[in-house]
Design a protein around this ligand. Sequence first.
Ligand SMILES: Nc1nc2c(c(=O)[nH]1)N[C@H]1C(S)=C(S)[C@@H](COP(=O)(O)O)O[C@H]1N2
Ligand SMILES: [Mo]
Length: 521
Amino acid sequence: MAGALSGVVAGSAALAAAEPVAAAVRPQASPVLVVGGAAIDRTPAAVKDWAIRSFGSQDKLVLQLGILAVLTLCALALGTVALRSRRTGAAGVLLCGAIGAVAALGRPDAAGPADALPSVVGACTGAVLLYVLTGRLVPPGAASGAPDGPGAGSASGPVPDRRGFVILASSAVVASAGAGALGRALNGTRSRDAAASRDRLVLPAPDSPAPAVPRGALLRVPGVSPFFTPSRSFYRVDTALTVPRVDVAGWRLRVHGAGVRRPRTLTFDDLLRRELVERDITLTCVSNEVGGPYAGNARWLGVRLADLLADCGVTAPSKGGPADQLVARAVDGMALGTPVEDVMDGRDALLAIGMNGEPLPFAHGFPVRMIVPGLYGFVSACKWIEEIELTTFDSYDPYWAERGWARRAPVKTQSRIDTPEPFARPRAGTVMVAGVAWAQHRGVDTVEVRVDDGPWRPADLAAEHSRDTWRQWSFPWQATRGGHTLTVRATDRTGRVQPDRRTRTVPDGADGRHSVVVTVD
Ligand SMILES: Nc1nc2c(c(=O)[nH]1)N[C@H]1C(S)=C(S)[C@@H](COP(=O)(O)O)O[C@H]1N2
Ligand SMILES: [Mo]
């Protein structure tokens, strides 16, 4: 019991001691974050998919709690071991620290050897503390199992120093709390600077405002997804355990690579001096299940990526340029690959600085992210971007391609029933069935609804704002009593009907039709 307690006290002290060191070196080098990051990167696509499905945006919280649970078990075990052999216990703590250090050095955003420091300092603190603490419980000689051996205590046997243990353990707890608080205070200053830089930012009016939304594009059916998704309810999918908080004053974007005749490094002010365009674009995630929530429509403000690339001397591959893949890298080490041809084919591919009339929220990529209409987020929408490298698909696999996802991934045509909800119990009579349908950059042409095994009947489609945005649809259903299955399908402008057969989200997005089962009373 006392051994386990020593383990937990030493383990907490180790984590706490690492915090101020991490805050000084690099907040992302904190042991739990580097181990968590390494775990995320090694998670197979299918498991990652399951985690997103089961825990949604809580997936990272679940992972951190999981890591803490494993650490607690290790601490309990090492404490118990230390009662029998203090050296082995302490060595175990150092081994955990070594794992943290290796994970820290292997992070794609690791800045250098200093990234190992938080884990090393934490582990040394924990190891020494465990050794000294268990020394109070087991006086010298007792642990050897040979009471008659050298260093044995008095005739009555060695006496544990309980008072000394309690004093030491409680001081360690207080010191850990202090170290943790110091770490948090140091981190707080950085993120406050970043928040202040965002608060100070006033976005200029666009040189090219978003085209007016046609009157008929907005449905007023209760329960349907709003045409514009408010930023606070906009889905969030990324691998970042803590949201990067970048100070815009220090932000830079480096553009370089194959065929970049004029490499450049841009500041945020450089972007503001360019033509600012505002566009409404629907973003979807490849991990979205049929009927799932990972789609949102926002008004983005930014600069045209194609123009910027052209200024850097880049030529599209169809015009002879040597690079067919644009690799966007973020401050958190993420690397996403986008076809250069798509970025330069005239669509509104943006380096976005604004979302729904505000600077980007931190969670959505402040200060700058990419948005490319028609492509899933994982091959285009790099948040917290800081580098663009032009290369080829043959010579480089970005993050998700390394993990079994597709290299090129245009958004698949999808439609979703928002209302009624699954297992709803509407009254017989007219029931408004409604939802959204998307096929970015191709456009949605028709949406049809089927009740049970009946015929496909056309839904009322809201007016099209642009082919890069989703369309709301509704269908007044004359509902009769009993259980019914409602199914929806969309047809895009290429004439392709959303297929019936369901596929998994891995590797390039789910196919299949959404249906909802309801009971009419
Ligand atoms: N830096 C970084 N950018 C990223 C990701 C990420 O993990 N890290 N995830 C991508 C994925 S998979 C998607 S779907 C979109 C989601 O953008 P959102 O969180 O703003 O909705 O961001 C993309 N950009
Ligand atoms: Mo995604």
